[in-house]
Structures are given as structure tokens and as C-alpha cells.
Design a protein around this ligand. Sequence first.
Ligand code: MF3
Ligand code: CO
Length: 264
Amino acid sequence: MTIPIKNREGIARMREACAVAATVLEQLKPLARPGITTQDLEEAGRDAIARLGARSACFGYQHGSKRYPAHTCISVNDEVVHGIPSFRRILREGDIVSLDVVVWYDGYIGDNACTVPVGAIPPPLEQLLRVTQESLGLGIRQATVGNRIGDISATIQQYVEAHGFSVVRDMVGHGVGVSMHEPPEIPNFGRKGTGDRIKPGMTFAIEPMVNLGGYKTKTLADGWTVVTADGSPSAHFEHTVLTTEKGPEILTLPRCPAGTPQIS
Ligand code: MF3
Ligand code: CO
């Protein structure tokens, strides 16, 4: 499958969709505190998406015969991704929670995620979050014109494994644009110099999922929630990135809120 190249118009719309996704994620982060439920986060995300005039790309997302039932994915501790929000799941001090926000805005998709601590967390979890976020940054830096997809994959894997963690194999990053998943697949493991060559105007969702223990995962009986096979905690950071002649550009960075004083 060929990788879609976005034109000026498509890129402009991707920018807007990604800004919305980033704004929603930014609003959710400070809410992840002890005592709140994952359903509280879902409702805040749902409402923020609506306020910004967007739609959740997760709600109703079809996988086989199932449809995803919520507007956000909220995954706690050993849950890797696609955790279904629940009013029974109460966050406690020391938990880590992964927030995944995918929006549809003016025909284009913005996709981003991050893992945040709930109150104070033990040093190994702090390191898990830091290394996963850093691996995303290093992967993004490889998304330069002339490189190959495997350069992103290998860079993430090497960094993560050098720190004694493991990268999930069962889910991968992806192209993103008019639909949530476009070519190419962007694994968080692989070999440098392999895969498709990167050209300007591609938009990628790069998303390392990193486990404290082994890389294996399984899906719970709800059909969605992916957990680590060994019960170890897992972190997830994701940005939507545009490739340009001048280098990769992260599209899912929050913009200054309206009303921010400007220096003239
Ligand atoms: N960021 C996730 C992905 O790229 C979002 C999945 S939404 C869901 O697959 F609908 F599948 F839950
Ligand atoms: Co994604």
C-alpha cells in the first residue's frame, strides 16, 4: 500500500485536527488525580472534544464485529492501550494512567496520547514514563526525508531496551490522515534501513508502547483492553508528526490558549 502524501490543504486541515487533539489531551492531564474515576476522564474528554467542534474517532470505531464504546481510551497500570473508561475504576496515588485522544475535525484525524502519574509514583515508574517519552522524541527525530520507516522503529527499540524495558510488538504506530489508520505501519521495533522511504507531506502517528517487564500482551474479555501478559506496568506516548524538507514537525503540540498576552 502506498503512503498518502498530503497536499497544502490536507496539511492545513491536519494541523487543525491535531491542535484539537492536543488541546483535549492537555485538558485531561491535570485531572488524573487520586479519587477520580476513568469515567470522569472520559466525560471530560468527551465534553472537551464537543466544545472544540470535533468528534471522537474512537467512539463507534469498528474492530471485527465490535464497536468501541467510549470517546477516549484510558488505560491504567498494566493496561497498555484501549482501556474502556469505567465509573468503577478509581485512580489511586501511585498509579500511572495512559490517556489516548483521537479526534476527527473537518475531515482529518489528530491522534495523540501520553501516560501521566497519579500523585507520587515510585522511581521505576518515573523512569518508565521518562524513557518512553524520550523514545518517542528520538523516533520522531528519525522521521526525516530520505530515511526509512525502520529507522524510526529501530531507534525506539534500541533506546527502550538499553534501559531494560521492552517494546510492545502486538500494536504499532501508523500513518494517519483522512482515516485513523493509513499506511504505513510504524512498529516500535525493527531494523535500520528497512521499510518504506520517507517523503515530504507524510503524516505519521508514532506511538511507542513500553512495558516494565516482558513485551507480551493479551486482550481482556471486554474485547478491547490490552494488558501486559506478565502484569507489569506499561506506558504509551504518541504524537502525530508531519514530514517536511526541513525535518519532522510535531502537529500535536498544544497551542497557546486564546487570550495569552502576546509581546509585540
Ligand atoms: N491511538 C489509538 C490507535 O491508534 C486509538 C484507538 S481508538 C479505539 O489505534 F477506538 F480503537 F479505541
Ligand atoms: Co494511534
